[in-house]
Design a protein around this ligand. Sequence first.
Ligand SMILES: Nc1ncnc2c1ncn2[C@@H]1O[C@H](COP(=O)(O)OP(=O)(O)OP(=O)(O)O)[C@@H](O)[C@H]1O
Ligand SMILES: [Mg+2]
Length: 421
Amino acid sequence: MSKNNLIALHCFGTEVGKIGFDEDRRASFFQYNPAFLKEDKYHSLFPLVFRRIPQTQVFSKYNNDTFRGLPPAIADSLPDAFGNIIFKAWLENNKKALRQISPLEQLAYVGQRGMGALEYAPAKEVAGNKTISIDEITTIVKQVLDHKQGTSANSLNHESLLNIFKIGTSAGGARPKILVSQNKATGTIIPGDLIYSADHDHYLVKLAIEESPAYSHELTEYVYYRIATAAGITMMPSKLIDDRHFATLRFDRQYGEKQHILTATGMAGWDFMDPKVSSYENLFELAIHLKLDHKDIEQLFRRMIFNLVFANHDDHLKNHSFIYDPPTDKWSLAPAYDLTYSLNPLLNYTQVSRALSVNGKRTSITLSDVMKIAGMFTVKNATAIIAEINAATDLWDVYAKEQHIPINAANTIKKHFMVLE
Ligand SMILES: Nc1ncnc2c1ncn2[C@@H]1O[C@H](COP(=O)(O)OP(=O)(O)OP(=O)(O)O)[C@@H](O)[C@H]1O
Ligand SMILES: [Mg+2]
C-alpha cells in the first residue's frame, strides 16, 4: 500500500484498520489494525466480505458506480445519488471537479459525519453554522437542484452550500434529504452531522422542495408510514415538519450513541442495481446467515408483503439494513424505511417491475409465490400476516384524505395496490 493513499477506519473509538486505494487499478485494500484483532472484540463487525485476518485484503471486483472500487461496507459510507449532486456543487463552488476526487478523499470528507458508526481519519474539516433553518436549507437545495442541469454552481452562496454539504451528503438515496438534530428541551435545530447525544432527537429529513406541488412524495411517504406501522411493520417514529417535510428518527443514532449499521448491499457486496442478485430470497438468506431472531424473519416477511400489496416497487437492497449490537456481537434487522409509492401517480406507466424479485418474478407475483418464500424460510403465521396487510389497504382512503393527497393521485396509487388472495 502506498502511504499517501491510506485512510484509517475507526469504529466505537477504536482504529479497526486501514483502507488503501490504487487509482490505476481502481482496486482497494484493507488491513486490520493488529491491535484491534488482538483485542478480540467485535468479531461480527463485518460479517461478510472482509476476512478477519492480519494480512492485507485486496478488493478488485467492486469497480462500479455503486462501490467505486471500495469494499462494500466502506462504500456504504459514500454519498449516494442526491449526496453526490450536493458534493459536486460544493466542489464546483470550490473550483474543484468531482472526478479529481478519489474515493478515499471523499471518505475523508465523510470523516466523522457518516451514517452509522464507521469513521474515517484523518478527516477534512468542514466549518458551518451552529443552528440551521429548514426553510432556508430547502431554498438552497432547490437552487442546487435547479443548477444541476449544466449551469455552474459558482453563483450559489458559498456559506449556504457549506451547510448543506455538511448535512446533505451523508445519507444515501436519490431524494433530497438532510440530517438535523433537535434539542429535546429547547427545540433548537442544529446540523445533524457531528453532534450526537441523548439530549437530541436525530432526524433524517426528506425535503419537500416545491412550495405547493401538484403531488407530494413526502406526504405520501408519511401516509405509508402511518399505514405500515398500523399494520405491524417496525419503523422509527416519524412525523411531518411544517406539514410538508418527512422526518424520521435515525436508527443509527439511538440512546445517545452511534449505532453500527450496514445496508444489505454494504453487508453482502450485492450491487443494488444488479437484477441478478436482487431478490427477496437473497435478503432472507442473508438474514438467516446473520442468525437473526425468528421475529426478524417474520418482520422481513411482513415487509415484503407490505411492499407487494402497497406497490412499493423500489424495495432494492439498499432499502434494507441491519443493525449491530456490540455487547452481544449480534446483528438484527433495522427498522423499515423508504416505504412509499415510488412512482409519480401523475404519470402513466405501462408495466412496472419491482427491484427485488419474489420466486424469480418481478411482476404478477401471486399468493403462491409468497407462500413459497414462507415455506422456504419457515414463516409460521404467513397467512395471518398476509390477511393483516391486505386489510390495511382499507386505511388508504382515510389517511390519504387526512393528509390532503389529491383525490386523483390517491385513486391512481390505490389502483396499483394488489390484495394477495
Ligand atoms: N430512519 C433512518 N435511520 C437511519 N438511516 C436511515 C433512516 N431512513 C433512511 N436511512 C438511510 O438513508 C438512506 C436514504 O433514505 P431513503 O431510502 O428513505 O431515501 P431515498 O432517497 O428515498 O432512497 P431511494 O433512492 O431508495 O429512493 C437509506 O438508504 C438508509 O441507508
Ligand atoms: Mg432509499
